[in-house]
Ligand binder design. Sequence first.
Ligand code: NAD
Length: 474
Amino acid sequence: MTEPRPFLVGGEWRRSDTVEEVRFPYDHSPVDTFCLARATDLEDAVRSAQEGFGRTRRLPAHERIRILKRFAWLIEERKEDLSRLITLEAGKTAALAHAEVDRAKETILLSAEEAGRIYGEILPLDLTPAAGGRTGYLRRFPIGTVLAITPFNFPFNLACHKIGPAVAAGNAVILKPATKTPLSSLLLGSLLIEAGYPAEAVSVLPCTPDLAEWLVRDERIAYLSFTGSPGVGWRLKEIAGRKRVGLELGGNAAAIVHADADLPYAAERIVQGGFSNAGQVCISVQRVFLHRDIYDDCLAMILERTGALATGDPRDSRIDIGPMISEAAAAEAEEKVREAVFEGASVLAGGKREGTLFFPTVLADTVPTMRVNATEVFAPVITVTPYDTFEKALALANDSVFGLQIGIFTEGLDRAFTAFEECEAGALMVNDVPTFRADAMPYGGIRASGLGREGPRYAIEEMTAMRLMVLNRR
Ligand code: NAD
């Protein structure tokens, strides 16, 4: 029996008596065990981060760039190990796990580039007689200790979206990974130290929610960067005190296919955007609005492509859709579908569950108030609804408590700009699904979907504070 994996406290690997198991979501077979951090470990991590920040904040840009580039190189070198861990802990298909590691490497390289672009401004202050002879120098400085709390669905790249910018800015980091998927994050911690970042500034602490909340409340943490469910995220903001908070939360993303769209392309992207990673993507397509003139044709294409998907063991390269993270998550999605059917919805594809496997599901005849539309389903389930005018489609897409991203398919430039002006979301994808994300772009939501933006350049803004020096030329 191998020893449970230790956690990382300011560069020191430690074990505790509380051991948890990671199980493969497909068949529940044991993958590995790991130790949970205790309150004393958290306290030590915070103190160590404060000390470490004394070093990290003085690292020149060329050092931070060198460390990040080396970190990216180590990720590349360990790509197979990382991909295998992601498949085993999160149940991702091998193709998706490899893609996640590739993206993570890019996220770190983008962070390295941005580390060299943390500029300031020179402000002539002689706009009033009293400020004559004064010049302002405005610069961004690292903020302190960044607490990163991450979800299970992209356990590695989403951690890199927090750690990369934090290092680029020169902050200390404490990473609290999801306890279902801690293995890739523990490896991340060791690679970051191997890359040369001051070890006392690096902690990776799988722990219970109440201990995580203790960290969130701690006034010595300068910034909380949380990605996860809306319920947890908004609660953490309430208890976070005076620290800055960034929230990347969920949604019920909409895709609109207008009558002039390239239907085969739209259908293909919708099926991919709705069902990839078993729908466990914050910008997964959930609500599809099809113009009435093309409703039957486009729906037939969606159903044909859905029918061709293979669901099963994610280690098998012929499988497109792996398991959901847990039986409880799959059962909750099943319950929402069952409820919709009871209220009048029709199941056009899927609707079935076997353990953690949820088969790609297409529902018609739903109404906005059903939970399959009004809440985040976070499963391979899409609803399709016809519409008559583009304005009506936009109103339907906007009719949500969430606002992460919206996708429209149209050949009309005018419609694209109308949608840009009218859509209530963090981003609009034209001729693509809302599920599109390039790691460099500003990413984040409005309303219940969150606060602030990620993407290395934008995350660095959140993780740095402006400071002004005024020079008086006497
Ligand atoms: P979750 O909210 O259950 O967990 C997220 C993280 O918070 C985990 O590390 C978890 O251990 C921790 N946590 C849970 N309760 C806590 C508490 N009381 N105090 C402190 N930490 C706590 O989310 P999940 O199930 O892991 O992930 C799925 C959710 O994440 C979905 O809602 C999805 O939309 C969202 N998500 C959003 C984005 C985005 O960028 N907007 C990306 C991926 C996932």
